[in-house]
Design a protein around this ligand. Structure first.
Ligand SMILES: [Zn+2]
Length: 278
């Protein structure tokens, strides 16, 4: 594909006005795909009568040294590529033997149904992970508190204003970064936003490394909770929602697969074969 020829649609004026999906139909598909591929779903909250689930896939070869991976999507209902990418990741097979996964494919399905960023009360769940006020975040945090830490997290998002894919990296211990590798792989399927300033932060080649201490900020996004309590490395992935939906979904799945395979390799685990898109 000639990515240089891909144009922004220009559809999104002031907010996301692109393709939408029906939450009920998508949830039915998730149940089918989850059951078919060996995932177990756990109900963790309700969102306007839609279930919010955490799906778990054990490693094929159980071992205490397995790579524990957390993936979430759909916290903003006007970002449909995240839940669609989460579905494709649950359909993906085979994962490396040593990888154990948790996917929370849609944290705000009521908002997904209405193509709306916030929950039914008009609150942005991705600003409510410190002293949570919303029942959705309180239930989510209660579930998170019961889990062991993850080696890595990925939070899947979209940005209707961006000129291409970009990501935020949280890596307080200076572990080997996956950011450049993820950008390199995503750049084969989706344009990268090369702006030097994205969302008011310094960016370089689609990578933002925010220099904020979580304790300085009252309105925590999910990533701040995760990096403060549950993981020491993680990526918030932003697909450009003024571009075609299949391209955005592919960008998000490619980013996650590239990150996991690289990390599995960096940890000294063998990677059985190259990932093949399901
Ligand atoms: Zn978002």
């Amino acid at each position: 594909m000639n990515l240089a020829a891909v144009q922004k649609s220009g559809k999104n004026q002031g907010r996301y006005l692109g393709e939408t999906i029906r939450a009920g139909e998508w949830l039915e598909k998730m149940e089918f795909t989850g059951a078919r591929n060996g995932w177990t779903g756990e109900l963790i909250a309700k969102s306007e009568n839609f279930p919010v689930k955490a799906w778990h896939l054990p490693a094929r070869v159980p071992s205490p040294g397995n790579l524990r991976v957390y993936i979430s999507a759909g916290i903003h209902g006007d970002e449909p590529a995240g839940p669609l990418a989460a579905h494709d990741l649950m359909a993906f097979t085979p994962w490396p033997d040593n990888v154990e996964l948790w996917i929370l494919p849609c944290l705000n399905p009521g908002a997904l149904e209405h193509n709306r960023r916030e929950n039914a009360q008009g609150l942005d769940l991705n600003r409510d992970f410190r002293d949570s006020k919303t029942h959705e975040c309180r239930s989510h945090v209660a579930w998170l508190e019961r889990q062991k830490p993850w080696d890595i997290y990925f939070c899947l998002h979209e940005d209707w204003e961006s000129h291409g894919f970009y990501l935020y990296e949280q890596n307080p211990d200076d572990r080997p970064s996956l950011a450049e590798w993820i950008i390199q792989e995503v750049g084969k399927v989706c344009p990268i936003d090369l702006s030097e300033n994205i969302e008011g932060r310094t960016a370089h080649n689609g990578i933002i490394r925010p220099n904020i201490h979580p304790l300085e900020r009252p309105d925590w996004p999910e990533a701040f909770y995760l990096i403060s309590h549950k993981s020491r490395q993680g990526y918030t992935l932003e697909a450009p929602s003024d571009f075609p939906l299949p391209m955005r979904v592919r960008a998000l799945t490619t980013a996650v697969l590239a990150g996991i395979h690289r990390l599995a390799g960096l940890c000294g685990h063998p990677i059985p074969g190259q990932p093949v898109q399901a």
